[in-house]
Design a binder for this molecule. Structure first.
Ligand code: ZN
Length: 143
């Protein structure tokens, strides 16, 4: 199996079986993100306790890339410290811009590298991360 096939399988697996999809109750912050170029609409809800992302859920509709990226995001950030998540958001954006990958890699997220060639798809992949960033900023203001 080629790397492209593996990437495609990872994306389709997350798209077909999204992790942490649904409503988060109670949530500390909820934000909505829209990518009008594609029609993706996502909602990200977070709950933060003692500086750790205790729980995160996403909901909404969109293309396979936006949904798979959202599913991967929830798996990656759940249980991590808010500062670590900020680093992850930055690393993901850098990867999608064609920049260097962190030495430890980005796990399943690396499957999204293939969409860098398509600017519209890059917006699909980053939408949930930008929405998460906004939600986490809201939480900080409350504490
Ligand atoms: Zn899309």
């Amino acid at each position: 199996m080629s790397l492209d096939d593996l990437y495609r399988e990872t994306i389709l697996d997350h798209y077909g079986h999204p992790r942490n999809k649904g409503v988060l109750e109670p949530a500390d912050a909820t934000r909505e993100g829209v990518n009008p170029l594609c029609g993706d609409e996502l909602r990200v809800a977070v709950r933060v306790r003692d500086g750790i992302v205790e729980d995160v859920r996403f909901d909404g509709k969109g293309c396979s890339i936006s949904q798979a990226s959202a599913s991967m995001m929830t798996e990656m950030v759940k249980g991590k410290r808010v500062e670590e998540v900020a680093g992850l958001i930055a690393a993901f954006k850098t990867m999608m811009r064609g920049g260097e990958m962190p030495p430890e890699g980005l796990g399943d997220l690396e499957a999204l590298q293939g969409v860098r060639k398509f600017p519209v798809r890059v917006k699909c992949a980053t939408l949930v991360w930008i929405t998460l960033e906004m939600a986490l900023a809201d939480v900080k203001h409350e504490t």
